[in-house]
Design a binder for this molecule. Structure first.
Ligand code: NAD
Length: 491
């Protein structure tokens, strides 16, 4: 075990968190002997140095997952369920500590991190309940003579690749259903936020997950390491959450061995407010949809389409709320908006706002990076955003709301759907028929109708178009880790 440097600014004792590779139930040094630095985005302090895995280490993790595969697939569903439930209880017992850890390495406000821990733990509880409900089916073939039996079997060794923006929840949303279905796995978390993954794997081991069932590797060369695993014929599944660009590349890699893929990719969510909406409710929803995680969410509202008759009133109220937010180090009590995760993320937000302003946008609040240490950008509201502004076409991934006005229902549906992404859309109206009519026409995997939040472990989460393939959460998420086996018979 290689302990990490102390974090001066927080009470958390990072010395107790291991930082090597977790393979076959043991903490192992990387064969490269190399390490990767991890930084606190609020202070730019170095938090940890973690193992830098090589291709050989990746294959060792596949060896460990393969050695454990048969035993785990044969473990009684009730036993798998009990282990997952124990993991849920252990996570909840450590919720405050985990939230602070997430906040320190990701930068998000502690309140957001607490919300994430609850959400993340729920995937273990939900899939503990699902583990004992993997039903097959049987039917009589239309001709009458034959029987069609279908069983759902574990898909096999699964490679799980996760981003930094929800370091706990993106891991449990994959590990929960993988384990419930009877699959062993290798988790590769983002190098910005590995400590949460290391803490979680210790929780899983304490809950009774056998050696080799969950392995964790971190690497500064994700391309070659993941590619080698996807070309190992023992690996049968890739579950990826991250950007659309990396997702496309991984789909190409996965095609060589025809690996089963679930892809949760980027978004460019429209937030539509009709003239008949309850404006205060819409503002409340907008604050959640825009500012949860400081805007660093795939579900973040990216483009605000506000009916022209309420545009000025909405803009004024939203900028008053966003401008009043307390921006500070993520883990400090009272912080409502922490820093962005790293320097490139900050530079992207600066570039997007400058581009929109150069094209004529007005800044109602924010609009300039803060003059302090850390990757801070203030909550920002822009109005009169020109259609060709970059931030209307790509994920902002920061605390910036771009407002555009519209006149008619057909116009706003066309604007909302004019993107390669299709993860989530938000709609505010008090007219139920209009709400449902518009929801049906929005090309997105999820619609939030008079809500600012869609995420729920019991709901199928995922996108259309280039926002992804497959669904996570709900029973759908479990089926992603199974293969349907059809047995043709007659008696
Ligand atoms: P990213 O694509 O840069 O990285 C995601 C993961 O892929 C990380 O673990 C990274 O190390 C790894 N990776 C990077 N290059 C790789 C390569 N060549 N081969 C294999 N793995 C590689 O994304 P990010 O910046 O960490 O996260 C933000 C993105 O994730 C945003 O686009 C966001 O919308 C998306 N996201 C989507 C969902 C969803 O459910 N749809 C949820 C959260 C985040």
């Amino acid at each position: 075990m290689n302990s990490v440097t102390a974090i001066k600014s927080s009470k958390i004792d990072t010395h107790s968190i291991p930082s090597d590779l977790f393979i076959g139930g043991k903490w192992i040094k990387p064969s490269s002997g190399k390490r990767i630095d991890v930084f606190n985005p609020s202070t730019e302090e170095r938090l940890a140095t973690i193992a830098d895995a090589t291709v050989e280490d990746g294959i060792s993790a596949v060896d460990a997952a393969a050695a454990a595969a048969k035993g785990w697939a044969k473990t009684a569903p009730r036993k798998r369920a009990e282990i997952l439930l124990k993991a849920y209880n252990l996570m909840m017992a450590k919720a405050d500590w985990l939230a602070e850890l997430i906040s320190i390495e990701n930068g998000k406000a502690l309140a957001d991190a607490k919300g994430e821990v609850n959400y993340a733990a729920e995937f273990f509880r939900w899939y503990a309940e699902e583990a004992v409900r993997i039903n097959g089916d049987i039917s009589i073939a239309p001709g009458g003579a034959n029987r069609i039996m279908v069983q759902y079997q574990p898909v096999g060794i699964s490679v799980l690749v996760t981003p930094w923006n929800f370091p706990a929840a993106m891991a449990t949303r994959k590990i929960g259903p993988a384990l419930a279905a009877g699959c062993t796995c290798i988790l590769k978390p983002a190098t910005e936020t590995p400590l949460t993954a290391f803490a979680m794997v210790e929780i899983l081991a304490e809950a009774g997950v056998p050696d080799g069932v969950v392995n964790v590797i971190t690497t500064s060369s994700p391309g070659p390491v993941i590619s080698a695993m996807l070309h190992d014929p023992r690996v049968r599944k890739l579950s990826f959450t991250g950007s659309t660009g990396v997702g496309r590349r991984l789909l190409r890699e996965a095609s060589d061995c025809v690996i089963n893929c679930s892809m949760e990719l980027g978004g460019n969510a429209p937030f539509i407010v009709f003239e008949d909406a309850d404006i205060d409710a819409a503002i409340e929803g907008a604050m959640i949809a825009k500012m949860r995680n400081g805007g660093e969410a795939c579900t973040a509202a990216n483009r605000f389409y506000i009916h022209e008759s309420i545009y000025d009133a909405f803009a004024k109220k939203l900028s008053a709320k966003m401008g009043a937010m307390n921006v500070d180090d993520g883990w400090l009590p009272g912080t409502q908006c922490g820093p962005l995760v790293n320097a490139p993320s900050l530079q992207k937000v600066v570039r997007f706002v400058d581009d929109a302003v150069a094209r004529g946008a007005k800044v109602l609040t924010g609009g300039k990076k803060l003059d302090r240490k850390g990757y801070f950008y203030p909550p920002t509201v822009l109005t009169d955003v020109a259609p060709n502004s970059e931030l209307l076409h790509d994920e902002i991934f920061g605390p910036v709301a771009a407002l555009v006005s519209f006149k008619t229902e057909d116009e706003v549906i066309a604007l909302a759907n004019d993107t390669e992404y299709g993860l989530v859309s938000y709609v505010y109206t008090q007219n139920l028929a209009r709400g449902l009519r518009v929801s049906e026409q929005l090309d997105a995997g999820m619609v939030a109708l008079n809500r600012g939040l869609v995420s729920d472990p019991a709901a199928p989460f995922g996108g259309t178009k280039q926002s992804g393939l497959g669904r996570e959460g709900a029973h759908h998420g479990l089926l992603e880790f199974t293969e349907a086996k059809y047995i043709a018979t007659s008696w």
